[in-house]
Design a protein around this ligand. Structure first.
Ligand code: IVH
Length: 669
């Protein structure tokens, strides 16, 4: 009995701190304290599965079991709003409402228009029972498991606050700017395609089949629309204030006004102030506040007559296109870049804008000398959104065509199946590709040769000192200390730090090679699995695909890399210079064959190590990670909250289910 109370107390406390932190932005305890309580609860729940609760705060970490989304119909269709783009159109809306209400006084609730994706949440008896995306407005995807990982969305409402027995609440799921930028930085490092804006990132995340991924992406949500048979009162604004008490995150930037001027003031204020918000907004939503009046005004086929969206002007400038140049990246991908007459835009001077790829460029139909529109909307990098064709004349230059040959080395470009980009295939001799590879090799997370930077690499390359990464180890002090020896001290330091880099661990050497698609995580997995460069170079496609985290794209790229003679020569030369080519004795000893030949399923939430760490330990000890339980499974490593269906299956097949403590004991012996 005592344990049950302790579990319940912890759940309540954690729910409260979650709410303070994610909804009110006012934490009362430190992150460490929060984590400590969470671990305590996880331990207790693991030891006492009989007190399981699907709404426990421990469930917020998601699961990496693949899920399929089921389509469910909306109880009330999810309509969109009519858009307006200027104040005159807002005035027209105001007039239509006035006439529609036959002169009755009315109030307008002004709100932010959040630029994310809409979600509909159903609560029954204070519990979140379903979360559905907009879909086509009539039916959407059931994404409940993913939504449960979003910390500001209450799984349970605040007791005693008078919420209705059953209701729906709608709102917007968003990825805050900070999370978006961090996510894109990570993706850039792994050479994965970047998300264009937080909305795409949020949408991609919410549709992930893996709720653990959703949990890691730090989504946010604002709620703005209550629906149901017995919602509190007639005022939309007042109802939302109540919903805040129930536990929902409701925008602070909401205001009721009773004049057109009040609306304009709200628009003007937020058009500036929105830039300080942590999430993207793209306009203002105006709603007639009284639900009775809303009903009186009704709907058109597509949208309510009682509401309208006013869209902010994306910050846009008009300037002349002077030229289109082409940039070659480390992978050989060629990106078209618009070079423009400098123009002021959203606080910075813009000279260049990306044109993304050949398809985007063709669609814009650009001519050199065109007057173009540049925008810096939700995107970080300015982009050209259109051409002012009215001023195109005989003096305008020729159509801007995508290049057929590499601007750096003249090689004819190629396009790979399924990719939008054109590539320069001359990877061994094309200068930016060579320099890019060397810069990657010396970078902090690779060989960490911090005495060198892009300028020095460029200089050494131009002087013919380096053509590939192995050449770095041949550099001598007298080659780089300057004519008069003035740079001797820094020259010595450079040579020394290059020599020291031979000692970096094997996994970083694998990363440093710059094998396409092999980021840090994949490099680590490859290094730990194959243990030496020779074994890695000899790996077959099948062997590679067995490794957790290595899919077809990476596996094929590894094979391609080690089939290339010039790469093999570089690896040999690095070896001759003493660069680490295998796991160290110490790293090897950390491993065993104790789990050799065993297929193991890892499931649930762990407290001593992360799930990924357990998976690595399994591999390090010779075991194999598998996703689902079968008669061939050796055992299930179960954390808290292992799914009941899995547990049942394991029991039925007589597969042992062991705890993390037991697992650690096993691999220690
Ligand atoms: S109310 C029937 N309020 O804009 C009206 N929508 O084009 C229901 N949105 O699908 C929507 N902020 O995704 C409403 N404060 C707000 C909003 C908002 C963003 C989105 C929502 C909706 C779209 C309408």
């Amino acid at each position: 009995m005592e344990v049950k109370e302790q579990i319940e107390r912890l759940r309540k406390e954690l729910d409260r701190h979650n709410y303070n932190y994610y909804v009110l932005n006012a934490p009362e305890i430190s992150d460490q304290e929060f984590d400590r309580m969470m671990r305590e609860l996880q331990d207790l729940e693991a030891a006492h599965p009989e007190f399981d609760d699907p709404d426990s705060p421990t469930k917020r970490v998601g699961s990496d079991l693949n899920q399929e989304f089921v389509q469910v119909p909306h109880r009330y269709p999810m309509l969109s709003l009519a858009n307006t783009y200027n104040k005159q159109e807002v005035a027209d809306f105001y007039e239509r409402v006035r006439t529609g209400l036959e002169g009755e006084p009315f109030e307008i609730c002004c709100e932010m228009k959040y630029d994310g994706l809409s979600i509909s949440l159903t609560y029954e008896n204070g519990r979140l029972t379903r979360a559905v995306t907009r879909g086509d407005g009539v039916q959407g995807d059931d994404v409940t498991e993913n939504v449960k990982t979003i910390r500001c969305i209450p799984l349970r409402l605040q007791q005693g606050t008078g919420y209705p027995k059953e209701f729906e609440i709608r709102g917007e799921i968003l990825m805050p700017w900070a999370s978006f930028e961090a996510l894109n930085r990570e993706r850039e490092e792994r050479e994965e395609p970047l998300f264009a804006n937080p909305r795409n990132a949020a949408s991609g995340t919410l549709k992930s089949k893996n709720s653990a991924v959703v949990a890691s992406r730090k989504l946010d949500a604002y709620l703005y629309y209550l629906l149901g048979d017995d919602i509190p009162g007639d005022g939309h604004y007042e109802n939302l204030q109540k919903a805040r008490e129930w536990g929902f995150k409701i925008s602070e930037g909401m205001k009721k006004v009773s004049s057109l001027q009040g609306i304009y003031d709200f628009i003007d204020y937020w058009d500036v102030e929105r830039k300080n918000l942590p999430v993207a907004t793209d306009g203002i939503v105006l709603k007639v506040n009284s639900l009775r009046q809303q009903r009186a005004l009704g709907y058109t086929a597509k949208s309510p007559r009682w509401a309208i969206a006013y869209k902010f002007q994306a910050e846009r400038a008009r300037t002349r296109l002077n030229a289109v140049t082409f940039q070659v990246g480390r992978t050989g991908a060629v990106t078209p870049v618009a070079n423009m007459e400098p123009v002021q835009l959203a606080g910075t001077v813009v000279r260049r804008a990306t044109l993304h790829n050949a398809d985007v460029m063709a669609q814009l139909d650009l001519h050199i000398g065109d007057m173009v529109y540049v925008e810096k909307g939700g995107e970080i990098i300015p982009k050209i959104v259109g051409v002012d064709k009215d001023v195109r004349g005989p003096a305008t230059g020729p159509k801007a065509e995508f290049t057929t040959h590499c601007p750096e080395c003249g090689t004819a470009l190629v396009r790979y199946e399924g990719e939008a980009a054109w590539y320069c295939p001359n990877d061994t001799a094309c200068p930016p590709q060579i320099k890019g590879r060397i810069e990657h090799f010396i970078s902090r997370r690779a060989m960490d040769i911090d005495s060198l930077g892009p300028e020095t690499v460029d200089e050494y390359f131009r002087r013919g000192l380096i053509h590939d990464v192995a050449d770095l180890y041949d550099i001598r002090v007298e080659q780089i200390n300057g004519e008069d020896g003035t740079r001797e001290k820094s020259a010595k330091k450079i040579v020394q730090s290059i020599a020291e880099s031979t000692k970096v661990p094997f996994e970083r050497v694998v990363f440093a090679l710059g094998i396409r698609f092999v980021g840090e995580i994949a490099a680590k997995a490859l290094a730990r699995h194959f243990k030496s460069m020779d074994a890695l170079a000899a790996a077959t496609l099948d062997e590679l695909l067995q490794i957790n985290g290595i899919g077809m794209v990476i596996a094929e790229s590894v094979i391609r890399y080690f089939h290339d003679e010039s790469n093999l020569r570089i690896v040999d030369r690095l070896r001759a210079k003493g660069v680490t080519m295998a796991l160290s004795e110490e790293e090897l000893n950390a491993h065993s064959d104790i789990l050799a030949g065993q297929s193991i399923v890892v499931s649930g939430v762990f407290s001593l190590h992360s799930r990924d760490e357990y998976k690595t330990m399994i591999e390090q000890n010779g075991g194999k990670n598998v996703g689902s339980i079968s008669s061939k499974t050796a055992f299930v490593l179960a954390g808290a909250n292992m799914g009941p269906a899995k547990l049942e299956k394991a029991n039925k097949l007589g597969i042992p289910v062991i705890s993390e403590e037991e697992f650690l004991k096993r691999i220690e012996s």
